[in-house]
Design a protein around this ligand. Structure first.
Ligand SMILES: C[S@@+](CC[C@H](N)C(=O)[O-])C[C@H]1O[C@@H](n2cnc3c(N)ncnc32)[C@H](O)[C@@H]1O
Length: 391
């Protein structure tokens, strides 16, 4: 991905989203040192890029104990508050509610004790004062963020871990309604016990957490909400090279393919199997941005509009293969019409072509000129293979 005017800055004290947390938190957090925060400029703002070449399957980031990770309010009484399990563990026969607030449930004593130490000790008293309805998810998350401030003794809340994140505050006000947003912020300020002067900050935080949070999937169901300052730095692409997975309160980012040094590390916020319009609509509605990823830009023409992910991958592969196809098609032939080479590289190239051809046929998209070249190449490949087997 090209980012004109991008500038690189390693994670500095000022730019490091964890800088303030590191010295005050005893929570064990680990990140793998394969990426750095870079300012791309423009709409993308900050994002992560690879510090070194990364292989497919490499674990790029691992964070133990995400900053805020909790079940969505629709699942607050059906999954364990700490590990998201739906089943009881150990001596518990069913998911057990917290006896004090009765708002959250646990699968085991271990989860209950861990959650208590982590955050629930601080939020349980205010949750007790609520009626029977659970707090809206983002208000609950905001309450936790404000409690983190007070618990971690961050005297200047402006130095919060979300301070430098994008917020799209105006867009959010317009779509959520300023009054509704302010009410949620006021509720979180009230229940957390922080001074009312912090309501404007809580409003800003509300927007930032909304824009920078992620859904947590367990067994194919969106059960949770996660806001973490490092994860929040990850930009979106409709052709992602990395993916995020959650396990209990931890998350990791894994490479989906090889990523070159200085290449942006991008995940997908949405279902990338959808066509361009559907993807862009979802990104605009939920994250308030017009996607600038390579795939969206490439599919901007009238045809691309309806491309599926398979179409896109097929075309991308074809572009990569084109020089090899040209080389093959234009190579001098012998009397039998076979290319005058039997070298390994060409053989490998033909194998790629064969795979691409098979995929194109499967998807029924081999109607163009390149496809004819592929078909000829396939024909030649079968001959080469036969000859090679005989040698
Ligand atoms: C989770 S944040 C990612 C980090 C963010 N770039 C920053 O500087 O803090 C999501 C926001 O980043 C920007 N963004 C991420 N991916 C983008 C993309 N493909 N095209 C345009 N903007 C993008 C949008 O402003 C979006 O609301």
């Amino acid at each position: 991905m090209a980012h004109p005017g991008s500038s690189t800055s390693g994670i500095s004290e000022q730019g490091d989203p964890f800088a303030k947390l590191k010295d005050t938190s005893s929570a064990p957090r680990r990140t793998f040192n394969l990426t750095q925060v870079v300012n791309h400029g423009g709409a993308l703002a900050h994002g992560l890029t690879a510090k070194i070449d990364i292989d497919r399957g490499d674990q790029i980031i691992e964070v133990c104990d995400a900053y805020i990770l909790l079940p969505k309010n629709s699942h607050i009484s059906s999954v364990c508050y700490w590990c998201f399990s739906r089943e009881p563990n150990g001596p518990y026969e069913k998911l057990m509610p917290c006896k004090a607030c009765m708002k959250v449930v646990y699968c085991s004593y271990k989860c209950q004790r861990t959650a208590w130490e982590h955050i629930h000790k601080a939020e349980c008293p205010p949750l007790r004062n609520l009626g029977i309805r659970p707090l809206p998810t983002v208000t609950h998350a905001l309450l936790q963020a404000l409690l983190h401030f007070t618990r971690r003794e961050i005297s200047d809340p402006r130095k919060n871990p979300a301070a430098t994140l994008v917020g799209s505050v105006d867009d959010m006000k317009a779509s959520n309604g300023e009054g509704a947003m302010q009410l949620q912020a006021m509720a979180a300020v009230h229940y957390s016990g922080v001074p009312p002067q912090l309501i404007p900050l809580a409003c800003e935080l509300f927007c930032k957490m909304e824009i920078n949070s992620f859904q947590v999937k367990h067994f194919n169901e969106m059960v949770g909400y996660c806001f973490d300052p490092l994860l929040a730095r990850m930009n979106h692409s409709c052709d992602p090279n990395a993916e995020v997975s959650f396990s209990e309160h931890d998350y990791r980012v894994t490479a989906l393919r090889g990523i070159k040094k200085d290449e942006p590390v991008v995940i997908s916020y949405i279902d990338v199997n959808n066509d361009r319009d559907t993807r862009r609509k979802e990104l605009k509605e939920r994250w308030h941005f017009d996607c600038k990823c390579v795939r969206c830009e490439g599919e901007a023409g009238p045809e691309g509009k309806y491309f599926t992910l398979t179409d896109y991958l097929y075309n991308k592969r074809l572009v990569q293969l084109q020089p090899k196809i040209d080389e093959f098609v234009n190579h001098p032939r012998n009397k039998a019409g076979l290319p005058n080479v039997s070298g390994r590289p060409l053989y490998e190239a033909l194998r790629h072509i064969a795979l691409t051809q098979a995929r194109a046929e499967m998807d029924g998209v081999n109607t163009n000129a390149e496809s004819l070249a592929l078909k000829n190449a396939m024909y030649d490949l079968r001959w080469i293979e036969t000859v090679m087997c005989r040698c």
